[in-house]
Ligand binder design. Sequence first.
Ligand code: ZN
Length: 65
Amino acid sequence: MEIHCGNCHKEYEKSEYVVMDEFHSLIHLKCFKPTGFIKIKDHGTYGMMKEKYSFYRNLGNFDEE
Ligand SMILES: [Zn+2]
């Protein structure tokens, strides 16, 4: 199962910049609209997030098809 953006519903590419909120939800940086209610926990490329946070690693693979 791959995770996808809640806004545009596309699967994340490894090199795309994403934003992680305090609930560990991801959204594309380009799709993210600051509201003042969401606290940003981290941001970076999707590839970086998967390396950094183990709970994303089981959600899909880039290299193993
Ligand atoms: Zn998006």
